[in-house]
Design a protein around this ligand. Structure first.
Ligand code: CA
Length: 222
């Protein structure tokens, strides 16, 4: 799951990045409103943490513009307590939420989990496909009674496959979602990780396999 943080208070932005990474989320941070809108408009994020008072463009304008662009990524607005009543009207109750500053780490993580559950059939820590189960909390992939530990990138790639079973995942999409839009990673990086994952799938003895679709990408199938 990839989260975009748009927050101009550097100390808070950095703390958020740290906390989210420790909890196995992929994180991009931007400090200015217009940059925030650009990043968010890419549509690659699963969730956006959005400050209200930002240089260049305020958070509510960013949120409104995203919705006009048909970007439906769930947003958690980060707001001062005094602003809460003003922003509630701007929220889509099903898709967005807010958090009044200062908030605790526990509160933040609980909101993120709740919002992602509501928005994409999120099933908690476990994702399954046929005989495979990925536990994102422990980073373990299991098949029947066998379990194998994955690296962080491997978890992120498997997560995409398990959320989109039998769909072709292009190499560009994998690069964007796992490495991020600013990364210098190349197709070669993906190929290396896909080959690690294939070895692990094969050692687990699962019926699931990652098929190469030539010139396009990969597909998880039976
Ligand atoms: Ca601010």
């Amino acid at each position: 799951m990839r989260i975009l943080v748009i927050e101009d208070e550097a100390a808070l932005a950095d703390a958020l990045e740290e906390i989210l990474k420790q909890n196995n989320y992929m994180v991009d941070v931007v400090y200015r409103g217009p940059d925030g809108l650009d990043y968010a408009s890419s549509g690659i994020y699963d969730l956006i943490l959005l400050d209200i008072m930002l240089p260049g463009m305020d958070g509510l304008t960013i949120l409104k513009t995203l919705r006009q662009r048909q970007i439906s990524t769930p947003v958690i607005l980060l707001t001062a307590k005094s602003e809460v009543s003003d922003i509630i009207t701007g929220l889509d109750a099903g898709n967005d939420d807010y958090l009044a500053k200062p908030f605790s780490t526990g509160e933040l993580l609980a909101r993120i989990r709740a919002l992602s559950r509501r928005s994409n059939n999120y099933t908690g820590e476990l994702l399954t496909f046929e005989d495979l189960t990925l536990n994102r909390g422990t980073m373990e992939l299991s098949c029947h009674n066998d379990t194998i530990r994955l690296g962080l990138k491997e978890v992120q790639i498997m997560e995409l496959f398990l959320k989109n079973p039998r769909q072709i995942m292009s190499k560009d999409l994998l690069l964007e979602k796992v490495w991020g839009i600013d990364s210098n990673a190349e197709y070669n990086n993906i190929e290396v990780y896909i080959s690690f994952l294939r070895q692990k799938l094969s050692s687990l003895g699962t019926a699931a396999q990652i098929r190469t679709i030539r010139g396009v990408g990969y597909q998880l199938e039976i």
